[in-house]
Ligand binder design. Structure first.
Ligand code: C2O
Length: 547
């Protein structure tokens, strides 16, 4: 296995989108940021140098980070932010994972522009692409980052919302590799174009890097065969539409077997929440294998995308994914957890005016706890140093404090008023964990893409309504469940996941819609070491930033 060294300089760059010039935060002046390409088993050493004007951290989304928790990146969870003028070096090995992951800033809303692909290829002589009989790589591999663009500084968008308690502005465009495409003002000439060859089969590596928008994706005239998701292989699944939630990746084979020409790839929102505003625009890119100037001058064919609220199509897609191989699951369950996930409202403090509905502030929670980041030290540092007092408490509840019909419309808000807190749930090293994630409908039911740091997990089942152990347990797929790092908990429904707590450290779990993590839809697992606590997690690196 090799070791790769990279320098990521966080710096401002000027770009023009939607007719206006903006100064945005980037890595090395690139937007989207540089793609990292490695082989399974390789190590990465990435020195992040902050020459920008905001605090920043970088997270390697989906990388297991076995015993390298100091390199995971979420601010105030595993490290304090890298301040302007400072630097920090992340060191980790990517083992046992193949496919597409990504990296992104994990600080405020900087990830809107600070993100890039992390591509993990099979290691020559050791592993091979499973979808080719000879294990040969596809003719071409194309990383496709889907994103979201605001016509103002995204940091200002979230700051304004946090101050008033209101919902932040929705984005002004969706993007493919940083470009909105033909359907937006002033954007046509910069539309992302992928030149491809007639007859070839290519591997498209989709990453949903949008902040708040789940996306339907289609390619006009072409069938897509899903072969992987979140850097785990799936059984080949052919479809005309993908649904990718923020945080998720999907690897797809496409054969360019249509009449030579130009074909639109298009993406637009899957918006599951009723009455909640969303970016209702459509981003496009062009796949071009026109053979002559005549087929190249015709306007590209447009795919049909599902309606924005087509939950049936979204659910069909996600529930049809199966793990390529048989699951390796322990037969026992040591920790049986039930966490509610949802958006609620805080009362406005006395004498204040708040921007949420009926003079409230938006809040979101898991098991009624609205997560608050510490500010003086990270949770991992406090735990490692044995100085957790005043930083966090280990009393995150294993079950919701109140039982009621979680998915009913118009439940009384009094039933469910979240309490702010920095609480972790302690897991014994090696524990087999089953976690029911139950969506709630206090403010509005919504599909929540829940992401766990430091772990992949199996998705055993999902469904609508309230999870009922008596009947729903029979639906568990213990044979070939998909393995992912981000699961979409269906709107007004539930998902059940399983993992073994084999990675000591402090691991954030949160909704990957940034507006929800801003409102507190997060918690952290503290996974102990087998012997004493964290004895085999190495000491913090000397350059770990302090608060
Ligand atoms: Cu991709 Cu905590 O994030």
């Amino acid at each position: 296995a090799k070791e790769q060294y990279h320098e990521f300089v966080i710096q401002e760059a000027s770009v023009t989108r939607l007719c206006r010039e903006h100064s945005i935060m980037t890595v090395n002046g690139q937007f989207p940021g540089p793609a990292l390409e490695i082989d399974e088993g390789d190590s990465l050493i990435v020195r992040v140098i902050n020459r920008g004007r905001y605090n920043v951290t970088v997270h390697w989304h989906g990388v297991r980070q076995m015993r390298t928790g100091w390199s995971d990146g979420p601010e105030y969870v595993t490290q304090c932010p890298i301040r302007p003028g400072q630097s920090y070096t992340y060191r980790f090995t990517v083992a046992g994972q193949e496919g597409t992951l990504w990296w992104h800033a994990h600080s405020s809303w900087l990830r809107a522009t600070v993100h890039g692909a992390l591509i993990i290829r099979p290691r020559a002589g050791v592993t091979a692409y499973p979808f080719d009989a000879a294990g040969e790589p596809p003719a071409r591999e194309i990383p496709i980052l889907l994103g979201e663009w605001w016509d103002m500084n995204p940091i200002d968008v979230v700051r304004t919302a946090t101050r008033t308690g209101a919902a932040p502005n929705i984005s002004d465009a969706l993007t493919v590799n940083g470009q909105p495409g033909d359907l937006y003002r002033c954007s046509s000439k910069d539309t992302t174009t992928f030149p491809v060859k007639s007859g070839e089969t290519n591997l498209l590596r989709f990453i949903n890097a949008a902040l708040n928008t789940e996306l339907f994706v289609s390619l006009a005239g072409h069938t897509m065969t899903v072969v992987g998701a979140d850097a785990s292989y799936t059984k080949p699944y052919s479809t005309s539409v993908l649904m990718i939630a923020p945080g998720q990746t999907t690897d797809v084979l496409v054969t360019f077997d249509q009449p030579p020409g130009r074909y639109y790839l298009a993406a637009r929102a899957y918006a599951s929440a009723q009455g909640v505003p969303f970016d209702n625009t459509t981003t496009t890119a062009i796949f071009d294998y026109s053979s002559s100037s005549s087929s190249g001058s015709r306007s590209p064919a447009m795919p049909t995308l599902p309606a924005y609220n087509d939950t049936a199509t979204a659910t069909t897609f996600t529930t049809n994914l199966r793990g390529l191989r048989k699951a390796e699951l322990p037969s026992r369950v040591d920790e049986n957890l039930f966490f509610t996930v949802g958006v609620g409202l805080f009362n406005c403090s006395r004498g204040q005016t708040c921007g949420g509905p009926n003079n409230t502030r938006f809040a979101a929670s898991m098991n009624n706890v609205s997560f608050v980041l510490p500010s003086t030290v990270s949770i991992l540092q406090a735990h490692y140093g044995g100085a957790q007092q005043g930083v966090f408490t280990a009393d995150f509840p294993a079950n919701p404090p109140v039982q009621f019909d979680y998915t009913a419309q118009n439940v009384s808000r009094a039933l469910w008023q979240p309490a702010p807190g920095t609480k972790v749930y302690r897991l014994k090293y090696g524990a087999a964990v089953q976690l029911v994630l139950q969506g709630t409908n206090i403010f509005a039911g919504e599909n929540h893409p829940i992401h766990i740091h430091g772990y992949d997990f199996y998705i055993l089942a999902e469904g609508f309504g309230n999870f009922d152990a008596a009947t729903d347990t029979a639906k568990f797929n213990l044979d070939d469940p998909p393995m992912r790092n981000t699961v979409g908990v269906p709107v007004n429904g539930w998902a059940v996941i399983r993992f073994v707590a084999d990675n000591p450290g402090v691991w954030l779990m949160h909704c990957h819609l940034d507006v929800h993590i801003t409102w507190g839809l997060a918690m952290a697992f503290l996974v102990e070491d087998g012997v004493g606590e964290l004895q085999s997690l190495e000491a913090p690196p000397p350059d770990l930033p302090l608060c």
